[in-house]
Design a protein around this ligand. Structure first.
Ligand code: TNX
Length: 530
């Protein structure tokens, strides 16, 4: 019986491609390919690092140190750049497995890398082991042609509310690559902690990274929440993370919150707040410290933020810089005479227009440096800055309005993309969380392009992303529990063709995929939990 089971499993592995996210087209042709220690990776100089990555992923489980050569032909895994495949875009690829070789082709390096990710998943899950386990591996012969539906396939991580160690960030990025996600949105700054070293302003990290979250948490119920207060990334850490991500074709989008969610910075440099003007400041902390204060609109504060953005642009080469912009409490500006004077001088009719003016300063600044601003959908209030892109979180309405006005949009609505929400209803046996309910089935139903958009407007939807806010997520293991397997579903939504989406088929592949995650030491939430 056991032997039959093993044979059956081997047969299944040899005839199915249990890949997540589902490739656009898979044609299994019958027959197998048996890789062994004699295989060489055939690659040109340009693809050397991708070849190296593949070797590094195969060696631990197999013990095979596949050499990298320029020789092609049988007994090779060929990695090829092929301009004729430009119709698949820079991330698209073909993967062919014949009886004597594997060939991955793409018009660009990123596509070759994604072909390698697919190949990793065509191996039996054992390939994810970190110690050699078996000698016989059998891959189905097949032809895959694949390319992503969206160019922005994101995962967001809040490291302000609870700091996450660099090693965990690197692991998270590696897992993103396995799922063909390509934007890591790093929420580095919020009321509860400033997590990135800025050379000109040492107090940001000296003071701003040490706020005591538990003090701000009126819930009180989560005593364990701030066991490790403090923490920040040095600029060297950041460079390491950005380079690590780039090797995996992942762009890091840093988020520097303004004008709200800025209490960590204001605690370090009080002259940037409005505190002295707020009556009863501190009493207005309604939720997790969020509403305590916001940046004032003084020239010196604008200058400060521009200086911070200079460091940020130095460290993060990607096009987009996220400036937050959400949930700006207007009361501090109402009570600050300097803010009121500024409003009058600029002829602005209310604080929403003042917020819009504030954001526009940085839209102009980033554009002058060849970058682009993205912000949460509240930046629409009082008028959207001319070059800004919008991240739609309070539903999709903000995204729809922005796309209709010709602005680029990333969809991450609470309804389908908030991975801080519970995974069970009622959440009786779940770890304490922020609330809400978002089951993996619902994530899988996510449609980033609202039906009300015309084809032209829909082109402004760059893609989508999952957001992991960490108010109630004190540990990496807990964050993995919130991320997986929901992120597998999100990855498929963002990569695979809309027409191919099929829950039962996904579930079958996911069952195999979870074996991989287990071997990769991911603390995912088991599907069997209710
Ligand atoms: C709203 S989403 C926020 C975050 C919180 C989150 C909790 C957004 C732009 N702002 O500051 O962490 O809800 O779900």
């Amino acid at each position: 019986m056991l032997i039959l089971g093993i044979l059956l499993h081997a047969a299944l592995e040899a005839t199915h491609a249990m890949v997540v996210p589902q490739p656009a087209s898979v044609k299994i042709s019958g027959g197998t390919f048996q890789p062994d220690s004699r295989i060489a990776i055939s690659a040109s100089g340009e693809l050397m690092d991708v070849a190296d990555y593949l070797r590094g992923k195969v060696a631990p489980a197999t013990g095979w140190e596949w050499p990298i050569t320029r020789r092609s032909g049988s007994d090779t895994v060929e990695l090829r750049l092929d301009r004729r495949l430009s119709r698949l875009g820079p991330e698209g690829y073909t993967l062919e497995i014949r009886d004597d070789r594997v060939t991955i082709r793409s018009a660009a390096k990123a596509g070759v890398f994604y072909g390698v990710q697919t190949l990793r998943q065509i191996f039996p899950p054992d390939i994810m082991r970190r110690a050699a386990v078996r000698r016989h591996w059998s891959l189905p012969q097949l032809v895959i042609e694949d390319s992503p539906r969206f160019g922005w396939r994101g995962a967001h991580m809040d490291v302000s509310r609870h700091f996450m160690p660099k090693e965990f960030v690197l692991k998270f990025i590696d897992l993103m690559a396995l799922h063909k996600l390509n934007v890591f949105h790093w929420h580095l700054v919020d009321d509860n902690g400033w997590r990135i070293q800025i050379n000109a302003y040492p107090r940001l990290t000296e003071i701003g990274s040490r706020t005591d979250f538990s003090q701000m948490n009126p819930a009180g119920a989560t005593r364990s929440i701030n066991q490790r207060p403090g923490g920040y990334y040095t600029q060297d850490d950041v460079r390491e993370v950005v380079a690590y991500a780039a090797e995996r074709f992942i762009t890091v989008v840093p988020e520097i919150e303004m004008p709200g969610h800025s209490n960590a910075a204001i605690s370090a440099y009080p002259q940037m707040g409005n505190r002295e003007q707020i009556k009863g400041a501190g009493k207005d902390v309604t939720f997790l410290g969020m509403m305590d204060n916001v940046y004032n609109v003084d020239d010196a504060t604008i200058r400060f933020i521009k200086n911070v953005l200079d460091d940020i642009m130095d460290l993060f080469p990607g096009k987009f810089i996220h400036i937050g912009g959400d949930e700006v409490w207007k009361e501090p500006w109402k009570q600050n005479p300097r803010a009121q004077e500024r409003m009058k001088a600029l002829g602005l009719k209310d604080e929403e227009e003042l917020q819009s003016w504030f954001v526009k300063q940085f839209d102009d600044y980033l554009v002058s440096k060849g970058r682009r601003l993205i912000g949460w959908d509240e930046i629409l209030q009082g008028g959207l800055a001319p070059n800004a892109a919008v991240m739609s979180w309070r539903g999709t309405e903000g995204g729809i309005a922005a796309a209709k006005a010709g602005h680029d949009v990333v969809m991450s609505p609470t309804s389908h993309a908030y991975f801080d929400y519970y995974q069970a209803d009622p959440p009786t046996s779940e770890p304490k969380g922020i609330g809400g309910y978002l089951a993996i089935e619902k994530v899988y139903e996510f449609e980033p392009v609202p039906a009300v958009l015309t084809a032209d407007e829909a082109k402004h939807v760059l893609g989508g992303q999952a957001n992991i806010w960490s108010e109630f997520i004190p540990h990496p293991k807990h964050m993995e529990y919130m991320a997986y397997p929901r992120l597998c579903a999100m990855a498929e939504v963002l990569w695979s063709p809309k027409e191919s989406r099929n829950w039962n088929d996904f579930l079958a592949r996911l069952t195999t995929h979870l074996e991989r995650l287990k071997l990769l030491d991911v603390n995912y939430r088991p599907l069997t939990l209710k």
